[in-house]
Design a protein around this ligand. Sequence first.
Ligand SMILES: [Zn+2]
Length: 134
Amino acid sequence: MSDTPDLDGLKERLTALQYHVTQEAGTERAFSGEYWDHHEDGTYRCIVCGAELFGSGTKFDSGTGWPSFYEALDPARVTLKEDRSHGMVRTEVECAGCGAHLGHLFPDGPRPTGMRYCMNSASLDFVGATDEQD
Ligand SMILES: [Zn+2]
C-alpha cells in the first residue's frame, strides 16, 4: 500500500502511547487522555495522517473517560471493522486515510444517531476553531 505511513518515522513523531494505540490497537486508560473532558470548539484530526475525523459539535459526555462522539464528520473518513478480541464482539474504528486505530463504536449513544464513537485521545489531534489556518 503506497499510502501507508512510514512506521519508523512514526515512532519518532508519536509518543509511545500514541504509537501503541494507533498502530497496535491499544487503548489508553480511561480518564487519562487529553480530550475526554475537553470542550472547546474545533475539529479532531487523526494524529497520524491529519485527516479531519470528528467535530466538537458531535462530542458528548459519555462518562466513560474517553472522548465520545455520536457521529463522524464524514462516514467515509472512518473504517468500521468487526473486532473479536478480548472475548467480545465489538466494532473497531480506524482512520480511513491511514488505517490508524481510533477506538470502538457502540450502539448506545445519544440522539440523533444513537451511536457512540468511543475514541482514544492518543489517536486524535485537536485543532481549535480559532486556530484554523488555510
Ligand atoms: Zn489517519
